[in-house]
Design a protein around this ligand. Sequence first.
Ligand code: ATP
Length: 519
Amino acid sequence: MSQTQEDFKRIISFAKEYGFIYPSSEIYDGLSAVYDYGPLGVELKNNLKQYWWQSMVRLNDNIVGIDSAIFMHPMIWKASGHVDAFNDPMLDNKDSKKRFRADVLIENHIEKVEDKITKEVDKAAKRFGETFDAAMYKETNPRVMEYQNEVTTLSKRLATAMSEGNMAELGKIIEDLQIADPDSGSRNWTEVRQFNLMFSTQLGNIAGQEEKLYLRPETAQGIFVNFLNVQKTTRQKIPFGIAQIGKAFRNEIVARQFIFRMREFEQMEMQFFIAPGTELDWFEKWKAQRMKWHLALGTPANKLKFKDHDNLAHYANAATDIQFEFPFGFKELEGIHSRTDFDLKSHQELSGKKLTYFDQEKNEAYVPYVVETSIGADRMFLAMLSNNLKEESVPDSKGEDSTRLVFKIHPALAPVKCAVLPLVKNKEELTSKAKTIYDKLKLQFQCQYDDKDAIGRRYRRQDAIGTPICITVDFETLDDNCVTVRDRDTLVQQRVPIEQLSAIIAEKTDMSKVLDQLV
Ligand code: ATP
């Protein structure tokens, strides 16, 4: 198993062992690509959602929130294009019986060629030392140029086949490249077919009169169809945005990457309504703002990058992904799309209801354009796990090196903000003092009280779940009303008066400091 596969497995077993994420319906052997969040998982996910919500709705006077229903009128999915075009090209391997997305197989092949370019450049950089000019090397080295050519030609071929919905051509590309099933090595493929990703169900209880409904594959449409309601009730003027967090459902073809690709997941989407012609400016502004949002959590800049779409969706005139370096490579974490007036216009046509806005400054009515930012709460959760779970060497109580597992999540997102630990468990004076401190702090913060095992083991347990501050109550506390505060990251221990605890924890875990970096 490769190092990256091992890292990924480590993350999955950590998530289960500590109560972050469990496979759904586990006692019935699970349900493919569906997961449940455990006690710590739900806290962390709530904190992530809160960070997103506050950065959108609280920081921006011109962004408001909604929570629309998952069930919507079936015509909505006709208007949005999902009934006709929300398809992925799929194919099966006849030997392994596994199903794949044709575009993903081709993209993975392109990535491998890109990796070869990176390797060649790295090798040359080592060979030539400080004087090395990477850009010049890429433009002149025959082997690198050949790889680059291959990437460009293939990317174009893939984009054309995808935008034309040309399944035969996708099959031909896979055949030309001799792409094999990554697990079994077999090239015995079926032909490529379109597969609609929406789940359907029915509304009504009179046999034969049920109406076909879809589980929403994105939250955005709930925003579009409420656009005028919101605009009128809040008296917002363009530019303004509507934000929503909610479940979305997709019958994904390949769902083998833990919470990266789920069949039921949660999206955090914001649609920003603007005047036609201003969309590319707003697109750039939101790109910059969303990147800032990620960086403010301490995620290193080299783990995040923009990747513009070669193959624009039917509704977009510009689109980019923010990719994050997951253990299995750089993959989409968030999408930023300039959706033009496609959705509102389609709803206007199909519903027969006007969805125009009267712009008083321009003295004209128009259907607004939209720039959207759309991020999966679960993918963001996985990014946080991948980036912050570390194994470190630290001195133990005897001063010898020992390893600790530490979840270095930003303190504002930590599922538990502080743990109150009596030094020993069998002394009633200590435990009751510790409980009094705990009962006070839990009014303000998510706290844990723990008196099981030796203190060192309890520290390790709190490190592993990312608790920024541990508070130890010892015999001296009974005399001087002071406790020991231990910092998760620096391991520094400080003696502080009990009445300062609330301020110390607030200072360390305050979300407003992260938000302050965004304004
Ligand atoms: P992909 O290309 O990975 O299938 P997408 O381009 O279809 O993703 P969007 O429709 O732009 O994704 O959805 C916006 C965001 O929703 C994505 O950036 C991702 O974070 C999240 N998301 C989409 N599909 C899933 C899924 N199946 N499981 C978890 N999160 C998802």
